[in-house]
Design a protein around this ligand. Structure first.
Ligand code: ACO
Length: 318
């Protein structure tokens, strides 16, 4: 039986930090409101010299180094991003050029924003398990600061920029045990971003019905956990770590409660990074791995949820 295993993780965060106090000077909000309603204290903002490809580059190199591999070892590159620098070529192709490699399949995957990394991980897992490739680099890289309306207090306080990467490799030992992906396009209006074209009257920004999205997330993610545990014939007590998409601390707390997990068994980056969309799960994973919190052999439950709606989980023996 062949598995795909996480051989290395990496991440990148831009240097510039925007605090809640900075936002108080930009829109009608307060540090207290943002912390109480979201759990966010600050977020990183990409500089003009940075974009999805430059951030993915560093995150990917860090993951390769952690795995002890070289760019030439990569069998597939998947970048999950809703904020690429170019519509095409893909950020994944730009990475090939940056890494000085060619030939392996490389593509961007947009599973409606925040669920993207779960979709990317699942696709790479299928290719590794069926023996087509040996290693895959999966990277979430997002420059959310360039698609939010900085005059809209209901969205601009939520998002941040960054990139997180995972190097997956073929292994006879268990790694990814299962992935579950879902979508429901009937909820297309709760979160969306129109494409700016020559016919657009203005620059387009994220539109969100936050309250509806919040309730949907709590219900849908609860069912997703039940589905994931049942498929693996496991009790919730088996889970060592929850690595959630970082959208709102109240959603994460509800999910931890559902699993009977204390918050110190949840990989949390929300307070310092905000919602980095499809980069948030690999960023949280890398931080907890490098802090020595997540250890080899532990069982990790990852979950992503975002526009589309689209959502997914991965159960992983680290
Ligand atoms: N500062 C102060 N007040 C604010 C702010 C702000 N930044 N933003 C909104 N408010 C006000 C509203 O105007 C409203 O005022 P009113 O009662 O006078 O009308 C009040 O606060 C309550 O607004 P709600 O939208 O009901 O606030 P809520 O408690 O729902 O919190 C939030 C909003 C944080 C967006 C929350 O709904 C949320 O996190 N939703 C889920 C987001 C999510 O899951 N995203 C995941 C996917 S993201 C992706 O895919 C890219």
């Amino acid at each position: 039986m062949m598995y795909s295993k996480i051989l290395g993780t990496g991440s990148f965060l831009p240097e510039k930090i925007l605090t809640n106090f900075d936002l108080e000077k930009m829109v009608d909000t307060t540090n207290e409101w943002i912390i109480e309603r979201t759990g966010i204290k600050q977020r990183h903002i990409a500089g003009t010299h940075e974009n999805a490809a430059t951030m993915a580059d560093t995150a990917g190199r860090n993951a390769l180094a952690a795995a002890g591999l070289e760019p030439a070892d990569i069998g597939m590159i998947i970048v999950t991003s809703t904020t690429p620098q170019l519509v095409f070529p893909s950020t994944a192709c730009l990475l090939q050029a940056r890494y000085g490699i060619s030939g392996c399949p490389a593509f961007d995957l947009n599973a409606s924003a925040c669920a993207g990394f779960m979709y990317g991980l699942s696709i790479a897992d299928q290719y590794i398990r069926n023996g087509t490739i040996k290693n895959a680099l999966v990277i979430g890289s997002e420059v959310m600061s360039r698609i939010v309306d900085w005059n809209d207090r209901s969205t601009c306080v939520l998002f941040g920029d960054g990139a997180g990467a995972v190097l997956l490799g073929a292994s006879e030992e268990p790694g990814i045990l299962s992935t579950h992906l879902h979508a429901d396009g009937n909820y297309k209006d709760v979160l969306y971003l129109p494409l700016a074209t020559s016919q657009s009257p203005t620059f387009e920004t994220v539109k969100m019905m936050g309250n509806q999205l919040f309730k949907l997330a709590v219900n849908i993610l609860g069912d997703l956990f039940d589905e994931t545990l049942a498929a693996n014939q496991l009790e919730k007590s088996a889970i060592d770590w929850l690595i959630p998409h970082q959208a709102n601390i109240r959603i994460i707390e509800a999910m931890a409660k559902k699993l009977n997990l204390p918050l110190d068994r949840v990989a949390l980056t929300l307070a310092n990074q905000g919602n980095t969309s499809s980069a948030s799960i690999p960023l949280a994973l890398d931080l907890a791995v490098r802090a020595g919190q997540i250890k080899r052999g532990q069982l990790l439950l990852m979950e992503g949820f975002g526009g589309g709606l689209a959502w997914g989980s991965a159960l992983v023996r680290y």
